[in-house]
Design a binder for this molecule. Structure first.
Ligand code: C2G
Length: 755
């Protein structure tokens, strides 16, 4: 047996298939898998599922990864061993490349390269082949600038490769570079993880090299230090990729590096103490480990020492950190940036006040640097004003801040709460609306722009906040602040923690959403179904307002026909024409940039005009994320493009038929009990690839699925037939999703929240 792949397993079922699939796809086949099961149950079925592979299951009583890896080492019979975490996977050529690069000699150690991903293997492979691109998170505050390199980074730097080099030349140079590790005892060695490498098993055995089972974090450091100290022959192929998977749900499924164990510092101390002992005076070998240690000090320990409130941390850890820093090689110290040198000097002098000053000064310098290099530095200034000034000023009682769809419109539930609040308590509340464009409002309200200075001021100081989407990540919840999140639709498309790894969502989506939703005091659920989904998918456990949607009150108004006639007249739609509203949603995979999506109209407007123009007009209404302007030339007088019209509820009121797809608009429109068509030309992709649905589009929706213009026209011509055909499904649907609506949702929400 040439290779043993040792995989510790602790019940991480959802990742294991990717890991094993990546092994069964290896181009090199002479290997065994040693799956070390600790804690939970053995994974079911794997030996039958992967019967072509040689899988040995070993039980371990040990508590941590180190114990499992050691148990794997005891069992392994391969000439080489590879450590693979069961939530990671290997490139299909990983084993082959390393075996090839070890073919000309008896090497103790073969380096590959660890690369990082947020994605499961299927998506990763697609991204690798260039089929998709990564998407940024939408419209929220920029991330704080860290001053540190990414944690856990592990790269072999090949610095003699030139841009004109052929693939073969690059490969040769890489091997040459690996040779210099051998000659200079790994002078340029930069890796600090045990993963992504292949070790000669006899070499580990002869030198009694094992993992330190007393460590829960940073255990690769002493292991690797021992390996590097003892090994005499090494080679590398940086194209042999080990894929380390970041977990995009650190709330339920944190990886070890995403958990901060209570004993983290103790592990750091012990790991580095061992490393320093093992590597002795070999500065070259210590180099990278020590740079990592300095990184840990500068990014984790020093800021914690700075915090005045955490004196216990300082007392416990500062002296031991100092001890490690005292041992730092002069060569490493001399190459550090001034900031880090100063931090180390201050620690060595036990001058914690100086550490605080150095960090504060550094923050200001960073801000200045940012202002020179970034055109949106004013935004950074606003963030600072928000955090350090506005959030420290008193909360303004009776001030209510409203926002719908990121300030894009005066609409949705916040609009109806605003109007009802003014009707119920005239003059009592000072209202502030976040609006992109100046809007005529029926009651007095200050209008401000999103991300302006005033925005940050009111975000920090308004007692009440009524939003229908997420607030910025940087939002600081204050004790006196009352946050009413109305959300913006009954969910059809799966949300947050119900979503599988979705390629199109930002990898930090789940984590950010979780943090943001912790600030919500009240959440509106329009129906029992939303109540259940929001509680689970948002992990929401605070007050749920269960009165229906304020935005749907207008649909139950006793004057709704009169209101509708007025709206129709205002827009200029002839009163004798019936109205078809087409309101599709957005597609996660069709975009220009974050928050700016593409939309291609798949309806043949000319054909519709010809067939339906005598009786109907069409209102075209794209989703607020859509940046494309739909061309309706040739269909003037028949098509009204009302994509920028503020409130879609007013458009529901004047429509006789709704055409939509996977948009939550149909849950609201059902309140009117009017017919609906579902133009789902890309159903399979939307349901199976992009999102996943909560309800069965083929069974539970109250209207036909149509796939082309002809079918749309036919259904409209036969709308009474459609109505009849779907009458009983419609009743069930109405009961389930509109049963709570009585036209008084805004009033009821206000009574609960504004006390
Ligand atoms: N909307 C609109 N016009 C459209 C589509 C949507 O005005 N053409 C408005 C409706 O108020 C709708 C809301 O935007 O209810 C949300 O739109 P969806 O298409 O459902 O999509 P999304 O913004 O992804 O929200 O739980 C709800 C989900 O989060 C969906």
């Amino acid at each position: 047996m040439k290779v043993s792949v040792i995989i510790p397993y602790h019940g991480e079922d959802i990742y294991l298939n990717d890991c094993l699939d990546s092994l069964s796809d290896q181009t090199y086949k002479d290997f065994e898998i040693v799956l070390v099961v600790s804690g939970g149950e053995e994974p079911s079925d794997i030996t039958s599922l992967y019967d072509a592979m040689d899988i040995k299951i070993v039980k371990s009583d040990g508590e941590n990864v180190c114990a499992a890896r050691n148990a794997g080492l005891d069992f392994a019979s391969g000439e080489y061993v590879v450590f693979l975490d069961c939530d990671d996977y290997l490139d299909a050529h990983f084993l082959e490349k390393l075996i090839q690069c070890g073919a000309d000699n008896e090497y103790d150690l073969l380096f590959g390269k660890v690369i990082y991903t947020w994605y499961k293997r299927e998506f990763f492979l697609r991204k690798e082949s260039g089929e998709t691109e990564e998407e940024e998170d939408d419209g929220n505050a920029p991330e704080e600038d860290g001053d540190d390199e990414p944690a856990g980074e592990s790269v072999i730097y090949i610095d003699n490769v030139e841009s004109g080099d052929s693939k073969e030349a690059i490969r040769k140079k890489k091997i040459e570079m690996a040779g210099t590790y051998l000659v200079s005892k790994r002078k340029n060695f930069y890796s600090v993880t045990a993963l992504g490498n292949m070790y000669a098993r006899q070499f580990l055995y002869d030198n009694d090299i094992r993992f330190d089972e007393g460590l829960h974090h940073f255990y690769d450091i002493p292991f690797l230090a021992h390996v590097l100290d003892a090994c005499s022959s090494v080679n590398a192929d940086a194209d042999a990729h080990y894929v380390k998977r970041r977990h995009n749900d650190p709330i339920h499924m944190p990886s070890l590096s995403q958990t901060v164990g209570k004993d983290e510092f103790d592990c750091v101390y012990r790991a580095y103490k061992t490393m320093l002992q093992v590597t002795g005076n070999d500065a070259g070998l210590r180099n990278r480990f020590e740079r990592k240690l300095v990184s840990y000090y500068a990014s984790v320990v020093a800021p914690a020492i700075k915090k005045n409130e955490d004196k216990a941390y300082r007392k416990k850890h500062a002296p031991r950190m100092k001890e490690l820093m005292m041992d730092l090689s002069p060569g490493v110290y001399s190459q550090l940036p001034g900031y880090r040198k100063k931090l180390i000097d201050a620690l060595k002098a036990d001058d914690y006040g100086r550490i605080s000053k150095i960090i504060s000064r550094r923050n200001i310098i960073n801000l200045l640097k940012y202002s020179v290099t970034h055109h949106n530095y004013i935004r950074k200034v606003k963030d600072i004003m928000y955090k350090h000034r506005y959030s420290r000023q008193p909360v303004m009682q009776n001030v209510v801040l409203f926002e719908s769809f990121f300030g894009k419109s005066y609409s949705d539930s916040p609009k109806y709460i605003f109007e009802k609040l003014n009707e119920m308590y005239p003059g009592k509340y000072k209202c502030v609306w976040i609006l992109e464009k100046k809007t005529k409002l029926p009651y007095p309200a200050k209008q401000i722009k999103r991300f302006s200075f005033a925005y940050f001021k009111y975000l920090a100081r308004a007692k009440y906040i009524v939003f229908n989407s997420r607030q910025p990540k940087s939002f600081i919840k204050r004790k006196e602040n009352v946050f009413l999140e109305t959300w913006h639709g009954t969910p059809l498309k799966k949300l947050v923690f119900d979503m599988d790894d979705v390629l199109s969502a930002s990898p930090t989506y789940k984590k950010n959403f979780y943090i943001q939703s912790r600030s919500w005091d009240y959440l509106v659920a329009a129906n029992g179904f939303s109540d259940e989904v929001f509680r689970r998918a948002f992990e929401y456990d605070k007050h749920m307002l269960k009165f229906g949607y304020p935005r749907n009150d207008i649909l139950h108004s006793p004057n709704r026909d009169k209101i509708a006639a007025g709206i129709k007249q205002k827009i200029g739609i002839p009163s004798d024409k019936k109205v078809v509203l087409y309101a599709p949603t957005w597609r996660d995979d069709e975009y220009y940039e974050a928050g700016k999506y593409k939309f291609t109209l798949r309806l043949d407007l000319a054909a519709m005009k010809k067939e339906l123009g005598d009786d109907y007009v069409i209102i075209l209404r794209t989703h607020y994320f859509i940046a494309d302007k739909i061309d309706v030339s040739g269909a003037e007088g028949f098509v009204y493009n009302l994509s920028k019209y503020d409130d879609i509820a007013e458009l529901y009121l004047i429509s006789d038929i709704l055409i939509t797809d996977y948009s939550s608009v149909f849950f609201d429109y059902a309140n009117l009990k009017r017919p609906m068509l579902f133009f789902t030309y890309d159903l399979d992709k939307y349901r199976d690839v992009l999102r996943g649905f909560y309800i069965d589009m083929e069974k539970d929706i109250p209207g036909p699925l149509v796939f082309n213009t002809d079918e749309v026209i036919k259904s409209i011509k036969n709308i009474d037939g459609v109505r009849e055909q779907y009458a009983s499904v419609y009743d069930v649907f109405y009961e389930r999703f509109c049963g709570w609506e009585d036209g008084h949702a805004a009033e009821n929400c206000i009574r609960e929240v504004f006390k």
